[in-house]
Design a protein around this ligand. Structure first.
Ligand SMILES: *Cc1c(COP(=O)(O)O)cnc(C)c1O
Length: 478
């Protein structure tokens, strides 16, 4: 097992082999105990399904999908321990023991003593923004996220992007493209005044930039700047474990520190965090918001009963909270995170070997195809990334997601499309679900679309919802 080949291989690239001569491979630290059959719909079925879905991959029935890389959210495979945790659900309306397990796990790994459970991340975003934000406030963040920004705006704030410029450049190979540009933040504070900034919104990793991490050094410097102005930092912790892995791998001085300790260190520099447990935590549903401040906690705990459920379940069943509490611990194991990020990188490596334009460095949870370089002639208002996601599905039954002009939505002030720098298609990898062979098939499908890229003509939007339009918008080919 894992022995180097005895014969040098010269005919294939190291990434394709997964193992270069003289190098040792890693493998997943788990084996498969239960399987879910998959089938490939025919080309004709895919064509029909795509038309019925209005060329929006969110509207495809999952039965018409072969390899589903729409999202890594809530799509993870649970472990045998988590499944047995489901049988230990205490479904009491109040004071379920599973809630106390969850509270213990959050405090142990994230360090925040006060935890309010929610049904998923946006439930937590809603509560936090309703409590923290006043009309006319400004919330700076290291790039927007769709639901996050919407909840900030719905609470009366304006979002201002303070991520470094490299984050908007898909070809930059900055190792920490999620970093905050402290000069941009400092200028903003001078412009609007610290009293108008209820908190700094800090995501690690940054989803919309391609799953790019923030460095520990940047978080420390950010803390100092915020301390000077009395501004709290709240973390969007959806993929903080993956962020911690990149710090361990890339940042000087952290190579020997376990991922769990790096997560704890980042949290010690923040005042609170909200969580979509559907990401890092290896569960299909769940979330929370956790804070240091008791007063803020009281207000969150009061609001949760209005929108989510009692403060000891927040929209989750007892069994969900148990699976989540166990998943938090599993997500922090170094061997697990290495294999998780390694699988994503494997897929990205195949595409890079074939010269297909992707966001580099490859991020933690997904490979992002650069639709602007894929279809350089296509106007952004013809929705290049949306078109590419549709083509990929048609070609192969692989489902991906648009992260470009459709996701960016309209500017609330002008009503026009926002034109993001990044026009991307995301291939998000569910955790512990697919094998390396699924990654090979996916890469070959992308290659087939790449080879016929001249044929693409773009889309026009035929239906546009008011909020988070990417979920339900419909299109037709031009
Ligand atoms: C998914 C996600 C959210 C929202 O969480 P949901 O569980 O989908 O409601 C917030 N922030 C980031 C970075 C996310 O990826």
């Amino acid at each position: 097992m894992n022995e180097p080949h005895d014969e040098p291989r010269t005919d294939e690239s190291p990434r394709t082999m997964g193992q270069q001569f003289g190098r040792r491979s890693w493998a997943e630290p788990w084996r498969i105990k239960m399987v879910e059959p998959l089938s490939v719909p025919s080309r004709e079925e895919r064509r029909e399904a795509l038309e019925e879905a209005g060329y929006n991959t969110f509207l495809l029935p999952s039965e018409k999908v072969y390899i589903d890389l729409l999202t890594d959210s809530g799509t993870s495979a649970m472990s045998d321990r988590q499944w047995s945790g489901l049988m230990m659900g205490d479904e009491a309306y109040a004071g379920s023991r599973n809630f106390y397990h969850l509270e213990d796990a959050v405090e142990k790994y994230y360090g925040f003593p006060h935890v309010v459970p929610t049904h998923q991340g946006r439930g937590a975003e809603h509560l936090l923004n309703q409590v923290a934000v006043d009309e006319g406030d400004v919330v700076p963040g290291n790039m927007y996220f769709t639901t996050t920004r919407l909840h900030q705006e719905m609470a009366g704030a304006r979002f201002v992007d303070v991520v470094i410029d490299d984050a908007h450049d898909p070809a930059s190979d900055h190792p920490f493209k999620g970093n905050v540009d402290l000069q941009k933040l400092s200028d903003l504070i001078d412009r609007v005044g610290p009293e108008r900034i209820p908190y700094m919104s800090l995501a690690g990793t940054v989803n919309m930039a391609g799953g790019q991490p923030v460095s520990m050094r940047n978080v420390r410097e950010l803390r100092e700047l915020c301390d000077r102005h009395g501004i709290p930092i709240y973390l969007d912790a959806a993929r903080l474990v993956e962020n911690a892995y990149f710090i361990q791998e890339r940042e000087e001085g952290w190579g020997d520190t376990p991922v769990a300790d790096i997560v704890a260190e980042i949290c010690s520099l923040a005042d609170g965090a909200w969580m979509s447990s559907k990401k890092d935590h290896l569960v299909n549903i769940g979330g929370w918001v956790a804070v240091d401040d008791e007063d803020l906690f009281d207000r969150l705990r009061n609001l949760v009963v209005v929108y989510e459920g009692l403060h000891t379940y927040g929209g989750m069943a007892g069994r969900d909270m148990e699976a989540l509490a166990i998943g938090i611990g599993e997500s922090m194991e170094d061997a697990y995170v290495r294999a998780r990020v390694g699988q994503v990188r494997y897929l990205g490596g195949l595409l890079q070997d074939w010269g297909i334009p992707i966001v580099t460095p490859v991020g933690g949870h997904a490979v992002y195809l650069d639709a602007k370089r894929f279809y350089p002639e296509m106007d952004q208002e013809k929705f290049p990334a949306q078109s590419l996601a549709a083509q990929l599905y048609l070609e192969s039954g692989v489902r991906s997601m648009e992260r470009g002009i459709v996701s960016a939505g309209r500017d609330p002030e002008t009503g026009g499309h926002r034109h993001p720098e990044l026009e991307l298609v995301r291939l998000a990898i569910p955790r512990r679900v697919y094998t390396q062979a699924h990654m090979d098939v996916t890469a070959e499908a992308v290659k087939a679309v790449w080879d016929r890229r001249e044929e693409a003509s773009g889309l026009e939007m035929t239906y546009e919802p008011d909020f988070l339009r990417f979920f339900q918008a419909r299109f037709r080919p031009l």
